[in-house]
Design a protein around this ligand. Structure first.
Ligand code: UT7
Length: 323
């Protein structure tokens, strides 16, 4: 028994923040941002628009694409680092929006790897027969924890949501998932505020929940860990690099994505690239890129997809998928 992606959906908030907009308030420029990151614009949630608001739109599109009704959903796994509330978790909030009652609904807080973790967990529930129609979401409002006075991070992040429906199938679907984490790297990429630690910086006495990142160090470790994850996924499935039809990477930096494509001997034409339009949307980036590739017709049934992500923690992982 496999789990198979029956439908995909995504949603971007309307407001666009371009590199030119950022030039007006920060000591930065479009050329630097484009060449160092690949980002041209990102979407920002409206005031009051929450992570679950974005997720609901993406989920409804995935449900429609899968041809199921919300009442069939019997498992919800929701990857996010920017939840609406401390609790109930975003999975439960989304469940209520969709009018689903009684099934398990959980949120997974593994930063940019949130969707891959959620997918891996849902896959196990579907393959074991415990779930027959799983909704898997990655959604973020990173703009809420971005310090727009810090040029090293303000240029990177955006908001959005992506979702898939997983159903059981006797035909190959998800071939493997591999998950990793290493808290030794916790100080290289993190948000300073938290419920238990407090939202006020003890040193300055000021509220502080913003993302902090040692970008260059994160970059180098991301390339190494993702490279190993790509090799691991291929080896576990006894597949050659040439077997991968599409790379669907976490969209953090175009240079990291290019390094992964080179490792797979893939031309960039075989990579679903959304970073220029979306920026880094953390847990939302992989399911949004997947949905873009499916809806514009590039990704076809039977194609072999390699999904990968890397984020704060560090956490990282892959999913090898027969679409
Ligand atoms: O999603 C989770 C995982 N995240 C990632 O994988 C992100 C990994 N890191 C990165 O993508 C890159 O490290 C960044 C895009 C964040 C930064 O690029 P970089 O090539 O590593 O730049 P850098 O931090 O080494 O900085 C190079 C220079 C510095 O100036 P000096 O010291 O050489 O004079 C920075 O001050 O670029 C400067 N700089 C900027 N200049 C213009 C940093 N940010 C900016 C900016 N505009 N926005």
């Amino acid at each position: 028994m496999y789990s198979r992606i029956a439908g995909t959906g995504s949603y971007l908030p309307e407001r666009v923040l371009s590199n030119a907009d950022l030039e007006k308030t920060l000591d930065t420029n479009d050329e630097w941002i484009r060449t160092r990151t690949g980002i041209e614009r990102r979407h920002i949630a409206a005031p009051g628009q929450t992570t679950v608001d974005l997720a609901e739109q993406a989920a409804r599109r995935a449900i429609e694409a899968a041809g199921v009704s919300p009442s069939e959903i019997d498992f919800i796994a929701f990857g996010t680092t920017t939840p609406d509330l401390v609790f109930p978790n975003c999975g439960v909030l989304l469940q209520a929006r969709l009018g689903v009652r009684g099934c398990p609904a959980l949120a997974i807080e593994t930063a940019c790897t949130g969707f891959i973790y959620a997918l891996s967990i849902a896959d196990k529930f579907v393959r074991s027969g415990e779930a027959k129609c799983a909704l898997v979401v990655g959604a973020e409002t990173l703009s809420r924890i971005t310090d727009y006075a810090d040029r090293s991070t303000a240029i990177l992040f955006g908001d959005g949501a992506g979702a898939v429906i997983l159903r059981p199938s006797s035909e190959a679907g998800l071939l493997s998932t591999h998950l990793h984490a290493d808290g030794e790297y916790r100080d290289l990429l993190y948000s300073r505020g938290g419920v238990s630690r407090g939202f006020v910086d003890p040193e300055t006495g000021k509220p502080d929940i913003a993302i902090r990142m040692a970008g260059n160090e994160v970059f180098k470790i991301a390339v190494t860990k993702l490279g190993a994850a790509v090799d691991e996924a291929l080896a576990a499935n006894s597949l050659e690099k040439s077997a991968i039809d599409w790379l669907i990477p976490h969209q953090a930096n175009i240079r990291i994505i290019q390094a992964m494509a080179r490792r797979l001997d893939m031309p960039m034409e075989r990579v679903i690239l959304t970073i220029q339009e979306h920026g880094n949307t953390s847990a939302a980036s992989v399911p949004m890129a997947l949905d873009v590739g499916v809806r514009d017709g590039r990704i076809k049934r039977g194609d072999t997809l390699l999904l990968e992500a890397f984020g704060g923690g560090f956490t990282w992982g892959s999913a090898l998928v027969r679409y």
